[in-house]
Design a protein around this ligand. Structure first.
Ligand SMILES: [Zn+2]
Length: 304
């Protein structure tokens, strides 16, 4: 049976959902985002016009988003995403759009579009750390990890729908797992930075006792923020216990959960191999993920 045609989704960090604003950071977010995306877009692009994926930067109605709208175009952010997801042999055109959402911070898939709201990107902007975090997460990693995570999550919904992928369990968990799996396909260094940058979005709910979620969070279609944090780290650790050894050594992922992560990762990898890999251009996949995508930029230059 086909999956539902329309899957609307709010991937935003739960803090935004329940009206608990994340700490606002002042400063050089434009530069940080710019630096992140410039190298992303400047990586050599071969055959960027991927059949199946179209892109569109929709002009925002809110003037506050104009700079972001222009920057994304300058840095060819959607073009880069178009290339990264080009190995998927989609049955129909899928349009990746950045769009204003009338003040709602969201990202969602609704056939045949995947929409990323400027409001959501602005929320990422607000969460950029002032400097490299104790866990070693740079501004670039935080921007890029969160940005890619949300797009990959929505791509998960799109892929499940367009390829009629059956799911046991919650679609939102499956989309998170798809996104994590995609991040782990990059080179080791980049995979690590992307996972850490994405996990950063949930940091307060794990490390700051002031950030508590209401009971409502546990009835949501998505996992609660802390659960999504641990799930993300678990898949990563399960994929490569050496690369992510410090995630356990430093206590970000409890030993007890870590013990099951290899098995959890293998379930996801098996599902991907059985249900999604047949729809991939494997040569193209290798080409895309053999490339270096992330800029190697230190934080100090962003604040000088
Ligand atoms: Zn979702």
């Amino acid at each position: 049976m086909a999956a539902p045609v329309n899957r609307r989704c709010r991937v935003a960090r739960f803090g935004a959902d329940v009206g608990m604003p994340l700490p606002r950071r002042q400063g050089s977010w434009v530069r940080a985002l710019g630096v992140a995306l410039v190298a992303f877009a400047m990586a050599p692009i071969a055959n960027a016009a991927s059949p199946g994926i179209r892109i569109e930067y929709v002009p925002p109605s809110n003037p506050a988003h104009t700079a972001l709208y222009e920057l994304l175009q300058q840095r060819r952010a959607l073009e880069a995403l178009q290339e990264i997801f080009s190995p998927f042999r989609l049955p129909i055109d899928l349009t990746l759009k950045t769009v204003g959402c009338d003040g709602v911070s969201n990202a969602y898939y609704q056939r045949p579009e995947l929409r990323i709201c400027y409001e959501y990107l602005d929320e990422i902007r607000q969460s950029i750390p002032k400097e490299t975090t104790e866990a070693g997460i740079t501004q670039t990693d935080a921007v890029f990890g969160q940005f890619f995570y949300v797009v990959a999550h929505e791509m998960g919904h799109a892929v499940f729908d367009l390829f009629d992928v059956p799911l046991f369990g919650r679609p939102e968990d499956a989309a998170d797992q798809f996104a994590a799996y995609m991040m782990l396909q990059f080179g080791k260094g980049e995979a690590r930075r992307l996972i850490a940058g994405a996990a950063y979005s949930y940091r307060n709910f794990v490390h700051d006792p002031k950030f508590v979620v209401p009971l409502e969070a546990f009835s949501d279609a998505h996992g609660a923020p802390a659960q999504r944090f641990y799930n993300l780290l678990c898949i990563a650790y399960g994929a490569d216990a050496k690369l992510f050894a410090d995630v356990v050594d430093k206590g970000y992922l409890p030993q007890k959960r870590a013990a099951t992560c290899r098995g959890e990762y293998r379930e996801v990898a098996f599902a991907f191999k059985q249900l999604i890999a047949p729809h991939l251009d494997q040569d193209r996949m290798k080409q895309v993920f053999d490339k270096a995508w992330l800029p190697d930029v230190g934080v100090p230059s962003l604040h000088k």
